[in-house]
Design a binder for this molecule. Structure first.
Ligand code: AMP
Ligand code: MG
Length: 729
């Protein structure tokens, strides 16, 4: 029937009538509502729609702040959070507006748009604003009683580099340009935009004239002692701004969609943005802080307090120490064969001595292409002991791919086996030294079994492993000893690995979890149980072997494990199932708990560029939602969820996941450009540190656990295989 503006008009008319005694009341004539309708009808609606279409051009989707769409639902009575700015900030805002010729409305609307953009981590947002809708062209419009307001979309694009002052001016200019089109109905605008519901939040700036003096006058013995207005909106959230000595922010929110504390937090963030505006409006909007200092340090530091002491060392040093501690423990089991730590150490030393004779040393890449066997472990250790970096080559990979990796990595030496060499002749090119482990072993065995001297530094590379490349060719990730040593030691610690552990070597050597499956046991005195290719492909055989070899830790991808579940034997010996490399669904989790007895399940997340894995979650069994969380950063890792300005987003907000810390790879081998694109300066770490841009989307839960939410780019995972569509194209 009537809008807020009408209320004081109506009340003053009632008072005037009362004052005249009530019998023959004569009030000044007012413009009839019919004139207003005629005015609206005479407007150019096509031009109006065109203007709105242009204002919304390029908008990809509407902006929803509530956790779910509520269109069509019955309204729920809102609850309120009211915040008053102190007089000082209220005055500063007015002064700031005057200085820059900005209305207070513009400042509030812009700040709210910024808040939305930060809450949702989007640089194009839209929300509703309520306009008075009383046309200046209509004489006496200000004295009319009726419903004139209109709710219209306000769209803001917010490039993070744009100075705040420019954004404010731009907002005001665009709003003024749309003034003459404010008569267009919201339904028509939404239809023209064809994006469905455009917004679910609203800003109302209440600035209609209230003549307090008239309202306070005694009229024929009647006086209003107190005037109070009540209203409610049907939007999930509305911000009602009341200017005054102390500017008031009233948030009307649907309690079934938002917690009170969330709304209070929103209010505080809005106030921080207003403070930032008056203190320095020349700053780029992306740099404005919306988190308070405490929240920010909790997210950046508190949730990254992962520091654990580890010696800066190399894998050969760690292994040598372990072999000293447990020389007679079993290091490797394969079919009927076993190797003790002492024997493995001796064989690896002999090979290392031989490789050094071939010129292998720090920074030399050595290709390793052998069947799954104890030789694989001997060779890996031998390469590292010689000082070289190993390049895993799965003999089952396409020949072309193997040849490409060998030449791209510039590997002067290749370790393989006679039979493979016959099958994969491309591997042996004339400019490469080939060591055939089987055929050449008598020669190698003549070398001393003592550790070779290698001037190996923790900063030297331990391995180069290839992963799919968006440029069309795969890229080699170079990982240093310090990173690998940290991973093997701290993960072993976290998992409680000791001499009783028997860990399956199940992954392909081309997939970096295999490196963890080899190195973590070897620095903890545990046993590696090698699973051969045929077994890997036969679920029944896998379970047989797990039982036969008493494997108590199994690490694989969720899809792999899902594929062997149907054949699971109830006497599955697993203590610890470690899944990683792709999304772990709660559905699979439930399937696992139905089919297998596992005491402990861990979800590991990590790109190859961060040394196998960076984040881990120990499943509790009461995970909800579609995906199991990925958890918390692993020891000596730091993890950030950032917006496009590399600022941390608040908990609950989706951002891009960045990883820094000890696990960061050196980079992509011989690809400096690509390396500097993905390994960037870490603005939140110690000076000079870097972080890796994962391209994954994630969100912090308020209990400091991370959730994985898919990719920011096109990269896909198929059964754990990382694939860049660019490579397929
Ligand atoms: P890769 O370098 O092959 O280990 O692939 C790394 C990518 O796999 C990550 O960037 C994620 O997209 C995905 N990924 C790895 N582990 C997980 C996990 N536990 N949950 C969800 N996605 C994962
Ligand atoms: Mg990985």
């Amino acid at each position: 029937l009537m809008d807020g503006w009408s209320a004081p008009v109506l009340v003053s008319e009632v008072l005037a009538a009362y004052g005249q005694g009530g019998s023959a009341v004569s009030l000044p004539k007012v413009t009839p509502y019919r004139d207003y309708l005629a005015f609206i009808a005479s407007q150019d609606s096509a031009a109006g729609l065109a203007a709105w279409r242009e204002a919304l051009a390029g908008l990809e989707e509407g902006t929803r702040l509530a956790p779910r769409p509520v269109q069509g639902e019955a309204a729920v009575a809102p609850e309120q959070v009211v915040l008053s700015l102190d007089t000082q900030l209220s005055q500063s805002l007015s002064r700031f507006g005057r200085e820059h010729a900005l209305t207070l409305n513009t400042v509030l609307q812009t700040a709210y748009g910024l808040l939305l953009s930060r809450q949702l981590n989007r640089d194009d947002v839209v929300f509703g604003v309520t306009v008075a809708g009383r046309p200046a062209e209509l004489p006496g419009a200000d004295r009319m009683v009726g419903l004139f307001i209109n709710t219209l979309p306000l769209r803001l694009t917010l490039p993070p580099q744009l100075p705040l002052i420019d954004l404010l001016k731009r907002t005001q200019d665009r709003q003024s340009a749309l003034l003459t089109h404010q008569h267009v109905g919201l339904a028509a605008i939404q239809q023209a935009a064809s994006l469905g519901e455009l917004f679910d939040t609203l800003v109302v700036f209440e600035n209609y004239p209230v003549d307090r003096a008239t309202l306070g006058q005694r009229s024929n013995g009647l006086k209003l002692g107190r005037v109070e207005g009540r209203d409610a909106t049907h939007y999930p959230l509305a911000l009602i701004v009341q200017p005054g000595e102390q500017l008031q922010l009233r948030f009307d929110y649907r309690p079934d969609l938002f917690d009170r504390s969330t709304i209070e937090q929103l209010g505080q963030r809005l106030i921080r943005l207003l403070e930032a505006a008056v203190s320095d409006a020349s700053r780029p909007i992306g740099s404005l802080a919306i988190l308070d200092a405490h929240e920010r340090s909790t997210i950046l530091e508190g949730w990254n307090a992962t520091a654990q002491p580890v010696a800066a060392t190399t894998l050969p040093a760690l292994f040598a120490a372990q072999a000293q501690r447990t020389p007679d423990a079993t290091a490797v089991v394969f079919e009927e064969r076993t190797l003790t730590y002492a024997a493995l150490d001796a064989h690896a030393n002999q090979l290392a001595q031989h490789l050094q004779g071939q010129g292998v040393g720090p920074e030399t890449v050595v290709g390793l292409c052998v069947e799954r066997s104890p030789e694989m472990v001997v060779a890996l250790l031998g390469i590292l002991k010689a000082g070289g970096a190993y390049l895993p080559l799965d003999p089952n990979y396409p020949r072309e791919r193997l040849a490409f990796m060998l030449s791209d990595a510039n590997a002067p030496v290749l370790i393989t086996q006679q039979a493979l060499l016959e099958r994969l002749p491309e591997l042996a090119t004339s400019d490469r030294h080939v060591v055939r482990l089987d055929a050449d072993w008598p020669l190698i065995a003549r070398k001393p079994a003592t550790a070779p001297a290698a001037a190996l530094d923790p900063r030297h590379p331990a391995y180069v492993i290839y992963t799919s490349g968006s440029t069309g060719t795969p890229k080699g990730v170079t990982v240093e000893h310090a990173s690998l040593a940290n991973k093997a030691v701290t993960l072993g610690r976290q998992f409680g690995i000791g001499t009783d552990h028997r860990i399956a070597l199940l992954s392909s050597c081309a997939f970096d979890p295999s490196i963890e499956q080899i190195t973590m046991p070897l620095v903890c005195g545990a046993t590696i149980v090698i699973v051969d290719d045929i077994t890997r492909e036969t679920p029944q055989l896998i379970w047989d072997q797990l039982v036969r070899n008493s494997v108590n830790l199994l690490n694989c991808t969720p899809s792999f494990f899902g594929s062997i579940i149907p054949d699971a034997s109830q006497i599955a010996p697993l203590d610890h199932l470690v899944l990683g490399g792709e999304i772990l669904t709660t559905e699979l989790q439930r399937e696992i708990s139905r089919a297998v007895k596992v005491s402990r399940i861990t979800n590991l997340y990590g790109p190859t560029e961060t040394t196998i894995d960076a984040i881990g979650h120990a499943l509790t069994g009461d995970e909800t939602g579609a995906h199991v969380p990925i958890g918390r950063p692993l020891p000596n890792y730091r993890v950030y969820v950032l917006d496009s300005h590399l600022e941390p987003v608040p908990a609950g907000v989706i951002g891009e996941l960045y990883v820094s810390g000890l696990g960061l790879a050196r980079g992509y081998l011989n690809r400096a450009g690509l390396t500097s694109e993905r390994f960037v300066a870490d603005p939140h770490g110690v000076a000079g540190s870097r972080m890796y841009r994962t391209g994954d989307l994630a969100r912090w839960r308020s209990d400091s656990v991370l959730e994985f939410l898919g990719r920011a780019d096109e990269q896909v995972k198929l059964r754990g295989f990382r694939i860049e569509p660019g490579e397929i194209e």
